[in-house]
Write a protein that binds this ligand. Structure first.
Ligand SMILES: NC(=O)c1ccc[n+]([C@@H]2O[C@H](COP(=O)([O-])OP(=O)(O)OC[C@H]3O[C@@H](n4cnc5c(N)ncnc54)[C@H](O)[C@@H]3O)[C@@H](O)[C@H]2O)c1
Length: 252
């Protein structure tokens, strides 16, 4: 059987949980070989195991996307040991919900910028030669917060707005090399990222639900289809866009 991503090697950051795990497994179903790279190696290993159990090819690697030297050496290691990466998914991200007068505001800001913005730069910078050589594709994971704010998360809103602009900037710069750069803006997706927050603040869930005309929260699988589309030749003339997948959150 042929898949939409046959012949591709995908590198998925934050591939050990939630949306990244879903994307890695979805790419493998479409024929890609996948590398799940995560600061949480146990999660990445779980992803790789799922892929292998389903008959695919996968690797798990421990990576902190904020560590430029670490990302650079991993890019070299991947190219030498497995091959050039043709799909880079910049998915690793964190959210800290607190007001700017909270005691942790400074750390929250610095950590969020480091993972959600600098992490993307570190990965594209490190894999740029491989992406050019393969005429590859980059998929950045933004958010509905690339467009709007939700309570007590100014660092996150800022960071996800930056993902949108990083996407258009890189799309323009890399298009002459045949590399396409797009993004996805998930709405509320039930993953470990927001599990605790929702349990502690059930009113947050109610607030989100009032904004979801489709009447249900999302699941990682709701992001997999757009991620396959943007990685495959189905989107061969698409670059520099951010596709929301949010049950209609941004409409109301
Ligand atoms: N879940 C949602 O509702 C939602 C909504 C919009 C956007 N997003 C975005 O989707 C992406 C994935 O989120 P998720 O919901 O699957 O969260 P998650 O917490 O389930 O998974 C995130 C993964 O990123 C990894 N990670 C965190 N910091 C890292 C670092 N420095 N280096 C490498 N890996 C790191 C974590 O270990 C984890 O495995 C994030 O960018 C998030 O901002 C999520």
């Amino acid at each position: 059987m042929t898949g939409l991503l046959d012949g591709h090697l995908a590198f998925v950051t934050g591939g050990g949980s939630g949306i990244g795990q879903g994307i890695a497994e979805g790419y493998a179903r479409e024929g890609a070989r996948v590398i799940a790279a995560d600061v949480n190696l146990v999660g990445a290993e779980e992803t790789a195991r799922h892929v292998k159990d389903a008959g695919g090819e996968a690797w798990a690697m421990k990576l902190d996307v904020t560590d430029m030297q670490g990302v650079q050496s991993m890019a070299r290691k991947v190219e030498a040991g497995i091959g050039p990466v043709s799909i880079l998914v910049n998915n690793a991200g964190i959210v800290r919900r607190a007001t700017i007068d909270s005691g942790n505001a400074i750390d929250d800001w610095n950590d969020t910028v480091a993972v959600n913005i600098t992490g993307l730069f570190n990965c594209v910078h490190s894999f740029q030669d491989q992406l050019k050589a393969t005429k590859g594709r980059v998929i950045n994971i933004g958010s509905i917060q690339s467009f709007v704010h939700t309570p007590n998360s100014v660092a996150y809103t800022t960071s996800k707005g930056a993902v949108k602009n990083f996407t258009i900037g890189m799309a323009a710069e890399l298009a002459p090399f045949g590399v396409r750069v797009n993004a996805i803006g998930p709405g509320l997706i039930f993953t470990p990222l927001n599990e605790a927050g929702i349990q502690q603040q059930p009113e947050m869930l109610e607030r989100f639900m009032r904004h979801i005309p489709m009447g249900r929260p999302g699941k990682p699988e709701d992001i997999v289809g757009p991620a396959i589309f943007l990685a495959s030749d189905l989107s061969q003339y698409v670059t520099g866009v951010l596709i929301p997948s949010d049950g209609g959150y941004l409409t109301v």
